[in-house]
Design a protein around this ligand. Structure first.
Ligand SMILES: [Zn+2]
Length: 197
């Protein structure tokens, strides 16, 4: 979870998109439940509960997983177009909208200590529930001033999306240890190779 926004971390669950051999990290419903727990949208108990239910009812769990992947790819298409400063594909934005609307149906205003906030329905209640906060995160980011700081990692095989929250907004790597160091090492080798002629 390094992207600085839940929806971007979710997009990155198709790893190494540009390597020619992308790695799908959402292969089973369990993976979605684990992502939910790692991202802090599900408690351990909620993730366990959903996983147990997915074992008992594999067909609806599989449909929820497929819906999650469909949502992710729509999010990817929209954010990637924005990062590339290209027109956002309308069909993908429509798909994303349908998920955002579904998420909104599962939110209520609640008052706590005098303040109001949006609260989701019980997130352990439905196989689709982990999708709601992710869809909401994408909607919030798209409608925010932060949108201009969404970047793609400078590594050409990685291109993970992240929100550049650094002070001068010049962050280039999804993660310094994952890609930044790799790039540094390859520059180092290139220099050595060039020097040795
Ligand atoms: Zn990267």
């Amino acid at each position: 979870m390094i992207a600085g926004a839940l929806c971007l971390d979710f997009i990155n669950t198709l790893d190494d998109r540009y390597s020619g051999e992308p790695k799908e990290l959402l292969n089973r419903y369990l993976d979605l439940a684990c992502f939910g727990e790692d991202a802090g949208i599900l408690s351990g108990a909620q993730a366990d509960h959903l996983f147990q239910r997915s074992m008992q009812s594999p067909a609806p769990a599989k449909r929820a997983l497929e819906a999650a992947v469909r949502m992710r790819e729509a999010m990817y298409a929209v954010f990637w177009a924005l990062v590339q400063k290209k027109p956002v594909p309308k069909a993908q934005l429509m798909i994303l909208n349908s998920y955002a609307q579904e998420a909104a149906r599962h939110m209520s205003l609640v008052q706590t200590n005098g303040d109001f906030e949006w609260e989701f329905d019980e997130l352990g209640s439905e196989f689709d529930a982990p999708l709601w906060p992710i869809a909401r995160s994408a909607a919030d980011l798209l409608a925010s001033h932060q949108l201009q700081f969404v970047r793609a990692c400078a590594s050409k095989t990685c291109e993970w999306l992240f929100l550049d929250e650094s002070k001068n907004h010049r962050r280039r790597w999804c993660d310094m240890t994952k890609c930044g160091n790799r790039a540094k090492v390859s520059r180092f080798y290139k220099r050595k190779k060039d020097a040795s002629g």
